[in-house]
Write a protein that binds this ligand. Structure first.
Ligand SMILES: Nc1nc2c(ncn2[C@@H]2O[C@H](COP(=O)(O)OP(=O)(O)OP(=O)(O)O)[C@@H](O)[C@H]2O)c(=O)[nH]1
Ligand SMILES: C[S@@+](CC[C@H](N)C(=O)[O-])C[C@H]1O[C@@H](n2cnc3c(N)ncnc32)[C@H](O)[C@@H]1O
Ligand code: SF4
Ligand code: SF4
Length: 330
């Protein structure tokens, strides 16, 4: 297993399969890739299934245990089932999707070997959903979540971005997962780093405090040191699990970050928030990918606490050591 200079082993890879999307969520950081809007047909430059598999086979050699497929909207890829089918068996495979294409396809994903799925759902009301996603796909998403649970892609984690437009929906979303078997909730702190609009952010500590009061028990997950709250338990059920993903300005989150990312165009990327460390894999052979993977891991640094440091006014500023890196290789 490869580790970076900060002792962070790389146990997972997170692969963006496309930057295209059928939604236009107001908050979208698109995994650091830019705008999702544009043609929805397959684009030149997207990694082919062969490219993805070649990379995954190298990752397997380095004992990477988990593969996460994301986007854009990864289910716009018609060869998603093939990619999952060809993912090394030793890896846990998961998918993060807006859920609209799960009805009719969830079973095929299971047959291909997908283990579980995260579905973005920021509200339980079609009108609010439309405003947040600029899409009328609410019913499809609900049907998608149902299809995923029925197909056994559990736990299905509902991903909710928490910011000023959604914070009021948190209690009903928490009740919803407590009452529905097979569902869990991830409350994702709104990340303005790539999406802009810092004024939309809310204080995520208030959500932690509120959940602390509701919870029957609290756990800490190894990945990112994320906290998990169990709520609504009864004699016969553990209730629902609510996990908080709170990366913004969080040094311990970055200190426990164990993933390398791959962009839809096949660039290795050490950190979601950075575009100055990209390495193109292009037509590389396996030995060349091995070398590039080693280099990317060697150059990984925690974003908060190393790449960004606090100045004398307690503001985050880029550490001088990293100034002058290429601005954006994508
Ligand atoms: N800054 C930062 N944000 C992350 C990181 N991992 C996840 N996130 C945020 O959480 C969102 C949802 O992540 P998911 O793709 O659902 O998966 P996950 O929560 O990371 O992983 P699982 O819980 O194991 O499924 C991402 O799109 C990011 O906004 C990370 O390493 N760094
Ligand atoms: C970029 S999307 C890609 C996968 C898929 N289209 C989806 O929406 O699940 C991955 C995750 O990033 C989250 N996300 C997008 N922009 C964000 C932001 N600015 N802050 C926090 N999370 C964000 C979304 O809610 C989603 O759960
Ligand atoms: S569905 Fe996902 S990729 Fe598409 S705009 Fe929303 S968050 Fe971004
Ligand atoms: S180093 Fe921090 S910001 Fe970068 S991907 Fe890891 S957790 Fe996210």
């Amino acid at each position: 297993m490869l580790s970076d200079e900060f002792g962070r082993e790389v146990t997972g890879v997170r692969i963006s399969l496309t930057d295209r999307c059928n939604f236009d969520c107001v908050y979208c950081h698109n995994e650091g890739l830019g705008d999702t809007r544009g043609p929805m047909e397959a684009q030149d430059g997207e990694m082919s299934a062969d490219d993805v598999v070649r990379f995954l086979e190298v990752a397997e050699e380095f004992d990477v245990e988990k593969a996460k497929f994301t986007g854009g909207e990864p289910m716009l890829r018609q060869d998603l089932e093939e990619i999952i089918e060809r993912t090394p068996d030793s890896m846990e495979t998961s998918l993060t999707t807006n859920g609209t294409f799960l009805p009719g396809r969830a079973e095929a994903l299971v047959d291909a070997g997908l283990d579980r799925v995260n579905v973005s759902q920021d509200a339980l009301d079609p009108k609010a959903f439309r405003e947040l996603t600029k899409s009328g796909g609410y019913d499809d998403v609900i049907a998608g979540v149902k299809a995923a649970v029925e197909a056994g892609l559990t736990p299905v984690k509902l991903n909710m971005v928490v910011f000023e437009k959604t914070a009021g929906y948190v209690p009903e979303m928490v009740d919803y997962v407590a009452e529905n078997d097979g569902l869990q909730l991830q409350l994702i702190e709104y990340m303005p780093e790539l999406a802009g609009r810092p004024e939309w952010a809310i204080d995520i500590e208030r959500v932690h405090g509120w959940l602390e009061e509701q919870a029957d028990r609290v756990e800490r997950r190894e990945m990112h040191g994320r906290k998990r709250y169990w709520v609504g338990g009864t004699d016969s059920s553990d209730g629902g699990m609510v996990e908080i993903v709170d990366p913004v300005g969080n040094e311990s989150f970055c200190a426990n970050c164990h993933r390398v990312r791959v962009t839809h165009q096949g660039y290795l990327k050490g950190c979601l928030n950075r575009n100055d460390d990209l390495r193109p894999m292009g037509e590389m052979t396996k030995p060349e990918i091995r070398e590039a993977f080693r280099e990317v891991v060697a150059n990984r640094v925690p974003y908060y606490g190393e790449y960004m440091v606090r100045d004398e006014n307690d503001e985050w500023v880029v550490n001088e050591e990293y100034l002058g890196m290429p601005a954006d290789a994508d």
